[in-house]
Design a protein around this ligand. Structure first.
Ligand SMILES: [Zn+2]
Length: 392
């Protein structure tokens, strides 16, 4: 067991949201549902856990916080206590079957330990309409021991009837000082700290990803995409798409290896024979389904890192193209390349490229095949580059 100190101290960069939650706790007026509006990657899980610790700690030093040291707080803060559950979309959307067969039973189960459950709906704006209508019924008659935290990027995607039943909190991107301190704490080399802090787009989770050397090296390759397209000729699109998606798959391979070990351990525990006999009914499928879901998620996270790199680069091309200065760049280390690519990529093409990045994300949300979707994105970027070349 580790001492965590004041659980709220782990939630950095969100003083307004934390103050609002603490005030509600002190007044014992905790709303049944909260909208947390902001991009993902702002440590939403840490906020949910600190909140759950305050709601459930048996030794709370004050009504607005957990002690951080008891076994309840310890397990909540490590993410292994049943009072905090993350409800993630499986595939493109949260669908009505999830709400009925998973969320509602979870919300209405009687707690074997703890007082109040915190159910965090990840990407709540990806509930489809039927799911929202089913969820609305839960909000209309909220189970008393449940607090919902809805992570939302696009508030407009939710029905007004849902939004109006939630208290709204805005989560804000981290500022440069916080990010640079985090970069130092992550052990990022001195000369890289300011660069990667800026490249993190205000998102501490992205900064932590970039602290991984493999991800940082991949970022440099991603910033070369426009150059590769411009110098490689039309034939490069297919091979480049393959290269980019292979890297993303490779990021999931680490998770896959861990899962293979986990499965082997289960086989040993249950005494499974060589022909795979001895599994309790349905268990092997449940485990492998969960593994595949986590592996897909890891691959998607890597693709998103690539798309964020590319989008920030295109944005930089637009900024410099519009007469902006180097200190406005997101990618401070790519100034020379950006200035060169302003010549290759007219503003309209860069804007179209940005739209293609978002279209690629949406297609991936709908389980589009990564290689094809990335190919399509690269083609959208490449065509105006070649047209421009020929005209020049
Ligand atoms: Zn405690």
């Amino acid at each position: 067991m580790t001492a965590h100190g004041d659980p709220w101290s782990a939630v950095r960069g969100q003083p307004a949201a934390v103050a609002a939650l603490q005030a509600a706790l002190r007044r014992d007026e905790v709303a049944h549902a909260w909208l947390l509006v902001g991009p993902s990657g702002l440590d939403q899980p840490k906020l949910a856990r600190a909140f759950a610790a305050a709601l459930n700690c048996p030794d709370a030093p004050a009504p607005d916080r957990g002690c951080g040291t008891c076994s309840t707080c310890d397990r909540i803060l490590r993410g292994v206590h049943p009072v905090v559950t993350d409800l993630e979309p499986e595939g493109a959307n949260h669908v009505v079957a999830h709400v009925r067969e998973d969320w509602i039973p979870t919300a209405t189960r009687s707690l074997t330990e703890g007082r109040r459950q915190v159910l965090r709906v990840v990407a709540a704006d990806r509930m489809n309409e039927a799911a929202q209508n089913a969820f609305l019924k839960v909000l209309e008659e909220p189970p008393p021991s449940v607090v919902w935290l809805l992570d939302v990027q696009e508030e407009g995607a939710l029905l007004d009837t849902i939004a109006s039943r939630c208290r709204r909190l805005d989560l804000v991107p981290w500022g440069p000082r916080e990010l640079e301190a985090e970069a130092a704490a992550l052990g990022i080399p001195d000369e890289q700290q300011a660069v990667l802090a800026r490249a993190s787009l205000g998102l501490p989770q992205r900064l932590r990803d970039l602290a991984d050397e493999d991800v940082a090296a991949a970022r440099e390759r991603h910033l070369d995409i426009v150059d590769r397209l411009a110098t490689g000729g039309p034939g490069v699109v297919v091979s480049l798409a393959k290269e980019l998606t292979t890297w993303a798959k490779g990021r999931a391979a680490v998770v896959k290896e861990r899962h293979a070990l986990e499965l082997a351990q289960y086989e040993e525990d249950f005494g499974i024979d060589e022909r795979g006999r001895g599994w309790p009914a349905g268990m092997r499928k449940r485990i492998t389904d969960r593994h595949q879901r986590l592996e897909r998620r890891e691959q998607r996270r890597a693709l998103d890192l690539m798309l964020d790199d590319l989008a920030s680069y295109l944005r930089d091309v637009l900024v410099i193209g519009a007469g902006g200065s180097a200190d406005q760049l997101v990618n401070l280390d790519a100034e020379v390349a950006v200035r060169r690519d302003v010549e290759r990529l007219p503003p309209a093409a860069a804007v179209e490229g940005l739209a293609a990045v978002e279209a690629c994300r949406h297609a991936l949300d709908r389980n589009g095949a990564p290689e094809l979707q990335v190919e399509r994105l690269l083609l959208t970027l490449a065509l105006p580059i070649y047209a421009h070349h020929r005209a020049a």
